[in-house]
Every structure is written in C-alpha cells, then in structure tokens.
Unconditional design. Structure first.
Length: 142
C-alpha cells in the first residue's frame, strides 16, 4: 500500500513538473513579430537646427539619429515617411532651450521624448507603432 502511494505521489510530481515546464516554455516564447531582426535606419542628412541661447544669441545643434525598427517592411515604411520624421525632429529640437540641450543629464530624457514624438508621427501615418527606439549616435551643440 505504501509502495502504491509512493508511486502515485511520484507520478503526480512528474506530471506536475512536466506541465510546469511546458507552461514555462510557452510563456518564454517570443511573439512572432519579435522574431524579426532589428534594423537601424540612419536619418540623413543629420538633423541641424537652431535654438534660442542666452539673450539674443542663437545656438545650433547637430544630431545624427538612428531609428530602430523590426524587419524590412517597417524599415521601408520609415524610408517612405522620412520627410515627416525629419520635420518632427527639427521642430522638436527647435523647441528646446539652451539649458536642456547642453545638460548631459537631460540627454536621455530628450532621446525618450524624441522616440515618443517619432512614434506618434509614424502611428498617425501607418496606424501602428513600428518604432522600437530612437538613438542619438552623434550630438553636437554650440
């Protein structure tokens, strides 16, 4: 009787561990869309715009921007709507003040805001957000 009980407990624990492992594997599988490779679209030419500096002085900023998307289809959509994104980025940087542009601690915040702005523009055009990230690979101001 005790042997049967032990066998039953062992069988139940094996079944439970196999079910748990199967559920864990299913949960860790990536959705189909995430299996597409990351692609980096470099906006060319670099974004160059002016901003209000101190007093009557005007400063300028040059930013090299890379847009991260998944797959060739999304890459092609970025290429198609490039002028809208360039305009949005120029407007975005134009609205920043000297302190924000020159402050190293604000750069990550600027990058996140630029990502959000580009995502909004592309969402309006294609009906979905295809932007994974926006990277500043060069950032020069004077």
């Amino acid at each position: 009787m005790i042997r049967k009980l032990r066998s039953l407990i062992l069988l139940c624990s094996l079944l439970f561990s196999m079910t748990a492992k199967s559920a864990e594997e299913t949960a860790t599988e990536e959705p189909e869309e995430n299996k597409l490779p990351l692609m980096y679209y470099q906006i060319a030419p670099n974004i160059l715009t002016f901003y209000q500096s101190t007093g009557r002085k005007i400063g300028y900023i040059v930013v090299q921007v890379q847009i991260v998307v998944r797959g060739q289809d999304d890459f092609d959509l970025i290429d198609l709507h490039l002028p809208l994104m360039q305009d949005a980025l120029i407007d975005f940087f134009n609205r920043q003040d000297k302190k924000t542009i020159e402050d190293l601690t604000q750069r990550e915040s600027l990058r996140q805001q630029a990502t959000q702005r580009i995502a909004e523009v592309i969402q309006d055009e294609v009906g979905r957000n295809i932007v994974e990230n926006v990277l500043f690979t060069q950032y020069v101001f004077q």
